[in-house]
Design a protein around this ligand. Structure first.
Ligand code: ZN
Ligand code: ZN
Length: 733
């Protein structure tokens, strides 16, 4: 299982005037000062017949602070929903398209949109070098196909085979010898990744054809051909995947925003075309000074604590069949007809590229009555399976409703607070910001979520959920929850190509919520699906600033998405040495890929006057599939470990996790224990040796994307540049 799909640039700051220019992104496209709120890069083309309408409306208009520039503070809690959605959006996926309109956009919607502060500077967000942007683009293109959001950069591109291409998602960690070359040790890669060879030449020809070809349907056809030639998947899967993405997303962009070469780059990577969504921008922080920092202290003796159930990445596969082929060539296995003989999918799940049957999820939920009591449940998304090439809207909604009903059945009156995952939509990762209306908006999904979750969330939260997939709610007196829609930070969200500046105004809204909480003496838990270091750079750096400013208010952060058990550190922005927060990244419920099913319970400072509501400890539970799948065995969910006990931590505050990373460096046994937990008790055969370890520790220190400076303090034995390269090699191909 891959660790961190994070991208690090080759260096962190400009080293020459020319490079400084590249960081600002000025050489390409229109000057930034002429396109406020718009990323630098090619100007959008207006074309006749475009089938999406971008209107200045929705969130940007409803939050006046957002629409008036950086000096005006938002009114975060006076949130009005977007205009009513077309009924067709709920029922007819490919119904009549909205009439062509203007593309001025609301907040972050493109040219004409409001301007947030931008440009590099102290504490601001650099745009990165062109080379880095191209690497990001390659990784981003691959991630789209992966559907997991994990990074697609990998060995194939390094070996010169051509553009970054959609990966085959069967992940293994295996020694990989380089034919005719000195062995370079182990690296992450995906089984079945196409290797360089004759097919690369075919790919180049395809690239040239694509660069010349403006018709998006033909672009899709060529992409399907390339997918088959490079044996990325079976022809049928290639055809379905390309058709799905082309029809619903690529077509929209290509007609309204992208030039042919950009559409090609989107599909096949930066050697085919280039686009730029990495412009810098800043949200506005409150004028009120940051309150004095008070180091966290343990709760007083006898103070109540609360246990919060944490579920993430359930990935229910409706077609999971015990006894079916667990080693199929497709991106998702253990489905279809059972077959005779050994080697078939296990009854409760399988160590392979498989998701879970419903009875395993139901079994998890059923045994929770012995594992409680819980004060609340946080549920951070990714409900459907990984068969992303063939999912229809009705499939996604069936998964949403079925699993929601299952949770309600087993959890009873326990308050459940969900967050939106990247797999909830189809095509996967496609989350248009609220200025997109009509059939291509996310109304079909958010409306269904609001309906399914209406017993768990109060009306104001349902309103913002319907509008943009995020919300805030009071969990109990003194504790507020913010559920972020992290798809608006995602490099894999196609729609952010139009404009990636604070999509839906979410971060500015977050600032407003935190400011109000600070004034009222509330603490805040933040939940979301994709962890912050996996986000687009400017989003991630802004989020880091917000966490810094509100370190006294944000009591904890909880995420999922990577399927493995890890965390991301946040440090003070001035010195990058004082730990200020931890983003916990909990392991998945699903087995995908090669994992045990699992879930997490957080123990937090409880509901009493003066509570910090901080995380005091956490426990991780698994179902050991080797034991459970033995014929006649009863499934036994068991605690894999308790964090403070397993790692010998005095407490679970940010400084303790920072110290733990340093201890991992020196204590190999302790680090190997972490590696075992990282994989939910089912690690790959090959151990995590020096290079793997250096890259993983670097990832744990990096709470914001593309910031190598956060790793320097580790002083790894290898040159820093090499560590970064190794990190990239660990990525999936
Ligand atoms: Zn997932
Ligand atoms: Zn995910």
């Amino acid at each position: 299982m891959g660790t961190a799909p994070r991208a690090l640039p080759a260096h962190s700051s400009p080293r020459s005037p020319r490079e400084a220019q590249a960081w600002r992104g000025a050489p390409r496209g229109a000057p930034q000062d002429k396109q406020p709120g718009r990323t630098p890069g090619p100007a959008p083309r207006q074309q006749d017949g475009q089938d999406i309408t971008y209107l200045r409306s929705g969130l940007g208009q409803q939050l006046p602070g957002l629409a008036q520039g950086p000096t005006v503070q938002p009114k975060p809690l006076s949130f009005t929903p977007a205009p009513a959605k077309s009924p067709a959006a709920l029922t007819d996926r490919h119904g009549p398209a909205p009439a062509p309109g203007t593309r001025s956009g609301g907040l972050g919607a493109g040219p004409g949109g409001p301007s947030l502060g931008k440009g590099p500077g102290p504490g601001r967000c650099p745009t990165g070098t062109r080379q880095h942007r191209e690497e990001e683009a390659a990784a981003s293109a691959a991630r789209r196909w992966d559907g997991t959001g994990r990074d697609g950069r990998g060995s194939r591109a390094e070996e010169g085979s051509g553009a970054a291409l959609p990966p085959h998602p069967a992940l293994h960690f295996e020694p990989r010898s380089q034919p005719g070359a000195k062995r370079r040790g182990t690296r992450w890669h995906r089984e079945g990744c196409p290797q360089p060879g004759p097919t690369a030449a075919a790919g180049s020809a395809r690239h040239r054809a694509l660069q010349l070809e403006p018709n998006v349907v033909r672009v899709g056809r060529v992409a399907a051909g390339l997918c088959q030639e490079l044996r990325l998947a079976r022809p049928e899967i290639c055809r379905q995947a390309v058709q799905l993405f082309q029809r619903d997303v690529v077509a929209a962009w290509a007609r309204s925003v992208l030039r042919p070469a950009e559409a090609c780059g989107l599909l096949l990577g930066p050697r085919c075309g280039h686009w730029d969504i990495y412009g810098a921008w800043n949200v506005s922080l409150p004028a009120a000074p940051k309150p004095p920092v008070r180091p966290p202290v343990p709760p007083p003796p006898g103070a109540p604590s609360a246990r919060v159930l944490f579920l993430t990445d359930l990935h229910w596969d409706r077609l999971y069949t015990p006894g079916s082929d667990a080693a199929c060539p497709d991106p998702l296995c253990c489905r279809g007809a059972a077959r005779p003989g050994p080697g078939g999918a296990g009854f409760w799940g399988e160590y392979s590229k498989c998701d879970l049957p419903l009875h395993t999820i139901a079994g998890l939920l059923a045994q929770l009555r012995h594992a409680g009591p819980f004060a609340a449940a946080y549920w951070t998304g990714d409900i459907p399976a990984h068969n992303v090439w063939q999912q229809r809207r009705e499939d996604q909604l069936l998964a949403l409703r079925t699993v929601t009903a299952l949770l309600r059945q087993h959890l009873g009156t326990l308050p459940v607070y969900p967050a939106v995952g990247n797999h909830e939509a189809t095509p996967v990762n496609a989350f248009p910001p609220p200025y997109v209306h009509g059939n291509q908006s996310s109304a079909w999904l958010y409306d269904a979520m609001a309906e399914a979750w209406k017993d768990w969330l109060p009306p104001p939260a349902l309103e913002t959920l319907r509008a943009a997939g995020f919300y805030t709610v009071q969990v109990w007196p003194g504790l507020r929850l913010v559920s972020l829609n992290m798809n608006f930070c995602s490099q894999a969200n196609f729609w952010l190509l139009i404009n990636s500046t604070d999509p839906a105004g979410q971060l500015q809204w977050l600032v407003g919520v935190l400011e109000a909480a600070e004034q009222q003496g509330e603490k805040v838990h933040i939940i979301g699906h994709i962890p912050p270091a996996h986000c687009l750079r400017s989003w991630s750096w802004n989020y880091y600033r917000i966490v810094n400013r509100f370190e006294g208010t944000i009591a904890a952060q909880f995420f999922g998405h990577t399927h493995v058990d890890e965390f991301e550190m946040f440090y003070d922005e001035e010195t990058l040495t004082r730990p200020v927060s931890v983003a916990f990244v909990a392991p998945s419920v699903t087995t995908y890929i090669n994992l045990n099913p699992g879930y997490r319970v957080y123990e937090v400072d409880g509901a009493y006057n003066g509570s910090s509501h901080a995380v005091l400890d956490h426990e991780t539970f698994i179902l050991n599939l080797t034991e459970a799948n033995v014929p006649g065995a009863e499934p036994r969910w068991q605690r894999l470990y308790r964090a403070r006990e397993a790692y010998g931590m005095a407490s679970a505050f940010p400084a303790d996790w920072d110290l733990l990373i340093r201890r991992f460096q020196d204590d190999e046994r302790l680090f190997q224990r972490f590696w075992y937990h990282f994989h939910k008790g089912h690690p790959p055969r090959e151990p995590c040796l020096e290079a793997c370890k250096a890259a993983l520790l670097c990832a744990l220190r990096t709470g914001r994307s593309a910031d190598p400076s956060l790793c320097r303090v580790l002083r790894p034995a290898r040159p820093f540049r090499q560590i970064l390269q190794l990190w990239r090699q660990r990525q999936l191909c």
